[in-house]
Write a protein that binds this ligand. Structure first.
Ligand code: MN
Length: 133
């Protein structure tokens, strides 16, 4: 058993080299037994989003507050509501952030995944056309 206390890992500002806008992240738990798994709580303020990136393993996102916009390369963006989830495949280029005009929070579970950070998401892409649900 390995307990992770929230008091031991307060939210930290994200790296400006891999995010646009104001976001905070907190490591919820991690495990390095056989398959490494890392779980994070990520808060995005209005207009905040990640840069484009890939994960070498799957990434599962669970929207826990507000709304989260996600986009995979070559596809329209999608707006997720609280309670929705999305799974990105290993190597799938994507980004995630708040839906414009609101804030959002997701949990992220990275499974045996190293993240490769790429270019920033432009304002045009961020505000671009979405396929709603
Ligand atoms: Mn991701």
């Amino acid at each position: 058993m390995n307990i992770f206390r929230s008091s031991a890992a307060p939210p930290r500002p994200v790296d400006a080299a891999s995010f646009t806008g104001t976001a905070r992240t907190r490591l919820l738990a991690s495990s390095d037994h056989e398959t490494p798994v890392h779980a994070y709580h990520v808060q995005f303020e209005d207009h905040a989003r990640t840069h484009w990136h890939t994960h070498s393993g799957p990434q599962w996102l669970f929207v826990t507050e507000g709304r989260i916009r996600v986009q995979a390369l070559g596809q329209p963006a999608h707006d997720l509501d609280t309670g929705d989830a999305v799974v990105f495949a290993p190597g799938e280029k994507h980004w995630h952030g708040a839906v414009p005009g609101t804030r959002g929070v997701h949990l992220a579970v990275n499974i045996n995944a190293v993240t490769t950070w790429l270019e920033a998401v432009t304002d045009d892409t961020y505000r671009g056309e979405t396929n709603h649900r």
